[in-house]
Design a protein around this ligand. Structure first.
Ligand SMILES: [Ca+2]
Ligand SMILES: [Ca+2]
Length: 252
């Protein structure tokens, strides 16, 4: 047994609840590796602040076909679906840093490391969800999850954020644009988005391009941290166990 292994074993024996380690220098700062569990926990975070992220629509939980669903109140925000009436009706939990962005650098995303029941090899998100603990922790990280109208989650796809010329309104009064593989969010959530990217970069080494970083640094300054963003971060910290230091400093 080499010293590194011995050290890890000692660490796990004496500090079992501390951190889980992966094999590639990412220290996973929480024990939350289930995206479906996180989606339920996010309901606790947002219990008294039920507004969608991109459009600011109120939403509420109702029983639909024997399951509880978050229904968008379209009148509260003037939202009109662009074309997907069904996904426009419900709230989904959107990854602000999309799965492609935090997943594509993982081995399981690029190489066929998984085998299905028929013996065929595969790669990508499904494979990462099966075998990669870092990917699972990133996918389940609550700081990166926001309630969004399903249609916008679908239209945003895995596109980067940016600014788009003009102010087309394809979703009724909702100030959200998607064009040329980019999405432009409304001004009062741009800082939230920037700080979420910075958190994912610091926590998991998720790469941010120079161009994106410059944009996010501007957004971080223009849209300052507000009360709800702090409250949200406090609630997530309480559940998930780790801090987003871009919102709450280490010594606070
Ligand atoms: Ca615009
Ligand atoms: Ca904001």
């Amino acid at each position: 047994m080499n010293m590194k292994k011995l050290f890890l074993i000692i660490l796990f024996v004496f500090f079992p609840a501390l951190h889980s380690f992966s094999d590639d220098n990412v220290t996973i700062p929480h024990n939350n590796t289930s995206f479906s569990k996180s989606k339920k926990l996010m309901q606790q975070v947002y219990y008294d602040y039920q507004y969608s992220f991109y459009c600011g629509c109120e939403y509420s939980y109702e029983l639909v076909d024997k399951s509880i669903k978050a229904i968008v109140n379209e009148e509260s925000c003037g939202y009109i679906p662009r074309k997907n009436i069904n996904r426009g009706r419900y709230i989904e939990w959107e990854h602000v840093v999309p799965a492609w962005a935090f997943g594509h650098t993982r081995k399981c995303w690029r190489e066929e490391l998984c085998i299905n029941s028929k013996g065929n090899r595969y790669k990508g998100r499904k494979c990462c969800e099966k075998i990669d603990n870092v990917f699972k922790a990133m996918e389940a990280d609550m700081y990166n999850l926001y309630p969004a109208v399903g249609e916008l989650n679908a239209d945003r796809n895995n596109f980067r954020y940016g600014t788009i010329d003009g102010e087309e309104r394809e979703y009724g009064a909702c100030d959200f644009e998607v064009k040329d593989k980019a999405a432009e969010p409304k001004e009062d959530i741009r800082g939230d988005i920037a700080r979420t990217y910075f958190y994912m970069e610091k926590t998991y080494n998720v790469p941010i391009s120079d161009k994106q970083r410059k944009l996010f640094e501007v957004w971080d300054k223009q849209d300052k941290i507000d009360e709800w963003e702090i409250e949200r971060a406090k609630r997530i910290e309480k559940i998930q166990g780790n801090r987003n230091t871009f919102i709450i400093k280490d010594d606070e």
